[in-house]
Design a protein around this ligand. Structure first.
Ligand code: NAD
Length: 477
């Protein structure tokens, strides 16, 4: 067990103004693995003041200098990669192999791509009567959930620093450790004091103070739709920009003529990854009714390959969920699916006794699901796949779009040109074609209630900028 006693404000580790702490639980065994300060509103004011004071000098630095510092942070992460991996395994139960590749190395590489994008800030658009430039938006609050904690932090911190913004970061209560390590890494670099500030604490306590603070120019929030709405409401009176990356219930259309074996495998693996705790998970698999039996057989075979176990072991590919609370929530949805009359192909609510201490849920697949069942409508955020049969592709598109969410979608057709035709009719911010995977250069974000704004790539950088027009008097030649 490790105790972290300080928060990071204005370039130094300082005691919180309050004396509350938060226990961090290892979901694989239910034991406390760390304790961190629960920051309060006074800490919020100090952190925002520090970020405000640092803004002018930081945003005026040449882009190359900001890029060099982003790379220095990435170098520090690379050097302490093992510590970052251990933090993620211990706090969210992600299997070590997945934590290493997807959660940590992917995040380090992605941070370096923002060092390259920092140079975009020097570009101007020159017109006859005016010049358009981009400038940093200002002080940004970055609030993250627990499912890809380092990657989500990098997806916000990278573009914020590249644009010239200063930040106050708040990780999820369940997974603060990689952020604390990152603060320590940043503390060893030459990043000017006040540019990066970190508060650990409870969202419902300091979230509103951060979101409503008049000196904060933007809040970038990733998490549940309910908390995202609260952030937007708190931010509204001070007219700040709010970027919301929220939940999803993403459809995956397997079209007639697709390679069924490859298509079903891709869909099952996508949902089981990270124990189903991926906001863009393709949780509604739409398949031709005439091929349902074949789909069920393939899906069951693929699900059986997912080995539930201790996340510290190299051959485990599915760990526990990130908390016992999340486990109860997911098990309640599985029970609901059975009551609603969906056909349980595998998994369910029962597990072997050796998993009783951890927050485990077995890979679970329902077939014969109709889109009006609760399990097809609400985000479950666990390893639960719904297979929904359709009669023709027009009906599949209607079912796919019949959701309040619009984060991701996917199509597997006989070829990519057929897949693109279907993809253009889906109302979602991303569409994965023919088995494609997440790519941190591509913009990511939601339509409808999945959010506002985009993260990653050039679009992600633009979220952290304001556009300025320089108008030139034509007589002044
Ligand atoms: P959550 O909304 O409970 O918590 C997310 C973060 O918000 C935490 O840091 C929490 O402390 C903070 N928070 C909670 N209440 C707040 C408030 N009133 N004001 C400010 N901050 C507050 O979500 P969660 O359960 O931790 O995460 C799961 C959800 O996140 C799922 O719905 C999932 O789809 C979504 N998610 C979305 C994306 C995306 O990019 N769209 C990515 C990952 C997760």
């Amino acid at each position: 067990m490790k105790n972290f006693e300080k928060v990071y404000i204005d370039g130094q580790w300082v005691s919180s103004q309050g004396n509350e702490t938060l226990d961090v639980i290892n979901p694989a065994n239910g034991e406390v693995c760390a304790s961190v300060p629960a920051a309060n509103k006074q800490d919020v004011n100090l952190a925002v003041d520090a970020a405000k004071k640092a803004f002018l000098a930081w945003s005026s630095q040449p882009s190359e200098a900001r890029a060099a510092l982003i790379n220095a942070i990435a170098d520090g992460m690379q050097a302490r990669k093992d510590e970052l991996i251990q933090a993620i395994v211990a706090t969210m139960g992600c299997p070590i192999a997945i934590a290493e590749d997807l959660q940590v190395q992917g995040s380090i590489d992605a941070l370096r791509s923002f060092a390259v994008l920092a140079l975009e800030m020097d570009k101007e658009e020159v017109f006859d009567s005016h010049i358009v430039v981009s400038e940093a938006i200002g002080v940004c609050v970055l609030i993250n959930p627990w499912n890809y904690p380092l990657s989500q932090l990098v997806g916000k911190l990278g573009p914020a620093l590249a644009a010239g913004c200063t930040v106050v970061v708040k990780p999820a209560e369940q997974t603060p450790l990689q952020d604390l390590i990152l603060a320590d890494i940043i503390n060893q670099t030459e990043l000017p004091k006040g540019v990066f500030n970190l508060l650990t604490g409870v969202g419902s306590q300091i979230g509103e103070a951060l979101s409503s603070h008049p000196d904060v120019d933007m809040v970038s929030f990733t998490g549940s739709t309910q908390a995202g709405i609260k952030v937007a409401q708190a931010a509204a009176p001070s007219v700040k920009r709010v970027c919301q990356e929220l939940g999803g219930k993403s459809p995956y259309i397997i079209a007639p003529g697709a390679d069924l074996e490859a298509a079903v495998r891709y869909g099952v693996e996508d949902v089981m990854l990270n124990s189903g705790q991926t906001c863009s998970s393709l949780t509604r698999m739409l398949v031709p009714a005439s091929q349902l039996t074949e789909v069920e057989t393939i899906a069951k075979t693929v699900a059986a390959e997912w080995k539930l176990g201790d996340p510290m072991l190299a051959d485990t590919n599915m760990g526990p969920l990130s908390s016992h609370q999340q486990q109860s929530r997911v098990l309640a949805y599985i029970k609901k699916g059975i009551e609603e009359g969906a056909k349980l192909l595998c998994g369910g609510t029962k597990l072997a006794p050796e998993f009783s201490k951890g927050a485990y849920v077995a890979p679970t697949i329902f077939s014969h699901v109709s889109n009006d069942m609760i399990i097809a409508k609400e985000e479950i955020f666990g390893p639960v796949l719904c297979i929904i049969p359709y009669e023709n592709i027009e009906q599949a598109i209607v079912i796919a779009n019949d959701t309040p969410f619009g984060l991701a979608s996917a199509v597997y057709a006989k070829d990519s040109s057929e897949a693109i035709k279907i993809a253009r009719q889906l109302r979602a911010g991303q569409c994965y074609l023919q088995g494609a995977y997440f790519n941190s250069d591509a913009p990511f974000g939601g339509y409808k209630q999945s959010g506002n704004g985009r993260e990653w790539g050039l679009e992600g950088l633009k979220e952290y900028t304001e556009t300025k027009a320089l108008l030139i008097d034509s007589t002044d030649q």
